[in-house]
Design a protein around this ligand. Structure first.
Ligand code: R2B
Length: 319
């Protein structure tokens, strides 16, 4: 059964027949097991799982969304529910879980497998997963003979991109992984309705752009994203520029390292999901993140603000 709506009406069902035979399950990287914790009591009411790379950012998000929903008071500190492990953090604010996933698909997919099972054992229903992340953007005006005189796609740093498509490092709409030493491909399916609903939570007074666009997902921050300042490099600056321009010509608005695996695994598991990221740089201008810490911190809150509006809208809380 590969239908995204499979989990909408009944408790979450996962496409793994082995789980039904297991009397315990150690969600090792969160330090939580099926028998050590009362998962239905702890997580049965969860409706949204928000994940992002950094532990501190996701701790901050938990407090922010908790304040917005009125379930966490201003000075309250939420406990890290994954305190038995130092791999990931996990916070709960009302019906929202907030966890970090580290950098890249391998780390993210470990977190996602365990979060999916946590909610499956908890009997949670109709859960939406959202990755709230950071990324590089592509989209300044530029002129180049190969691509016409002037192309303008306007993605200034600090823009929020809601992915309406994602491609892997080879620019394919498939996530490639290895099982039993063989490469398998899983489709990258993006829920267009959900992406539109989230992006429509923009407001005219927002001091930043919210853009629906295609995301390029890579396995590396340096060579994988055509940067020339990694520890090793076999490409020229001209190769880098041409490649970034090529991505731009293919409609790519941002570059990050998790979306392909996230969309593919959520689709396979039958849960709805979306990816909402803020751009830290314009790759047509630079490859280095140079904005100062205060600016980056303000930009980091932008996808959180958008996602919080979406969650409040879904929960029918006045926004
Ligand atoms: C964006 O930022 C991280 C790399 O710095 C990575 O997790 C990503 O996708």
């Amino acid at each position: 059964m590969e239908n995204e709506n499979r989990n909408a009406q009944k408790g979450m069902q996962l496409p793994n027949p082995h789980l039904a035979q297991m009397t315990d399950d150690n969600l090792y990287h969160f330090g939580i097991s099926r028998t050590s914790h009362d998962l239905p009591a702890l997580f049965g009411d969860v409706k949204f799982v928000c994940i992002g790379g950094s532990a501190r950012r996701m701790e901050n998000f938990a407090h922010y969304i908790g304040n917005e929903l009125g379930v966490v008071s201003e000075n309250e500190r939420l406990p890290n529910l994954a305190g038995n492990s130092d791999r990931f953090v996990l916070y709960k604010a009302g019906p929202v879980l907030s966890a970090n996933h580290g950098i890249g698909v391998p780390s993210m997919s470990v977190a996602l497998h365990e979060l999916l099972k946590m909610l499956y054992y908890a009997g949670s229903r109709d859960v939406t997963f959202i990755r709230i992340g950071t990324c590089g953007g592509i989209g300044k005006s530029f002129s180049h003979a190969m691509y016409g005189t002037c192309v303008s796609t306007g993605v200034p740093p600090g823009s929020v991109i809601v992915s309406n498509a994602a491609v892997n490092g080879k620019m394919e709409h498939a996530f490639e992984t290895v099982v039993l030493a063989k490469g398998i491909h899983r489709p990258i399916i993006v829920d267009q309705e959900l992406a539109s609903e989230i992006s429509s939570c923009s407001r005219t007074e927002d001091p930043f752009k919210i853009i629906l666009g295609k995301t390029y997902c890579t396995d590396d921050f340096y060579e994988g994203q055509a940067r020339t300042h990694g520890a090793v490099c076999d490409i020229s600056e001209e190769d880098e520029l041409q490649f970034v321009k090529h991505l731009n010509s293919q409609g790519v608005k941002n570059i990050e390292m998790e979306s392909a695996g996230f969309f593919a695994l959520c689709h396979k598991a039958g849960v709805k999901c979306s990816v909402v990221c803020v751009t830290f740089i314009d790759r047509l201008s630079t490859e280095d993140v140079t904005a100062d810490a205060d600016v980056l911190s303000e930009w980091t809150q932008r996808p959180q603000v958008l996602v919080a509006r979406f969650i409040k809208k879904r929960l029918v809380i006045s926004v």
